[in-house]
Structure formats: C-alpha cells, structure tokens
Write a protein that binds this ligand. Structure first.
Ligand code: ZN
Length: 110
C-alpha cells in the first residue's frame, strides 16, 4: 500500500508551517503513523507521530532531543568553567595579596 505523494506533500507542508524549527525528513506512511523529522538547528533526525502535523496541533511546541541534550551539556560546561574561573581568580588574588604585603604595612587591611 503506497501513500499518495499528495498526502505526503501536504503533511510536509503543514508540519513545516506549524513547526518552523523542523523539516520533514522521510518515512511518512499514514496520518497515525510515525515519520522522521529533521531539526533545522542541529540536523538531528527524530521520529514523530504524523498527528503532530495536524492543524489541531497548532501552538503545541515540539522539541529536539539533541538540542535539549546540547543545551544541558552547555549549561554543565558553563558551570564547570565558571567554577574553574572563580577558583583561579581566588588563587590569583590570594597570591598577589601575599606578594604585595610588606611586613610594615598592615593598616589597609580590613
Ligand atoms: Zn536539534
């Protein structure tokens, strides 16, 4: 049983209109079955149910699993870098404080 080209084209058009961050990739076989979508941001191909391409799903946001994972890793990385930066900063301040301190000058310390 072959899906009419017209039906596939209409799913593609409607899906891409509703979800501008994604495009149709392949595998459409029917309105209640899965097809493959491609993320326009990272290119990740993900299976979705064709019902997500229906007009009644307008306003429902779909997400890319790979983008979500990248964002999670990015946050982790930023936290790690931030921690390293603060540790370095603390070490440098400590070092310069001990280096600049003269035994007779202690009055500017609070
Ligand atoms: Zn993505």
């Amino acid at each position: 049983m072959e899906v009419p080209n017209r039906e596939r084209k209409s799913l593609k058009k409607q899906f891409e209109n509703l979800h501008s961050n994604f495009k149709y990739h392949s595998g459409y076989v029917g309105a209640n079955d899965n097809f493959k979508s491609e993320c326009r941001i990272c290119g990740y191909v993900q299976e979705r149910n064709a019902q997500i391409g229906r007009l009644s799903r307008k306003g429902i946001e779909i997400q890319c699993d790979n983008c979500n994972e990248i964002n999670r890793l990015r946050k982790d990385l930023i936290n790690i870098l931030d921690k390293i930066y603060k540790e370095k900063e603390r070490a440098i301040k400590k070092e310069s404080r001990t280096r600049n301190r003269k035994p007779t000058e202690n009055k500017d310390e609070t």
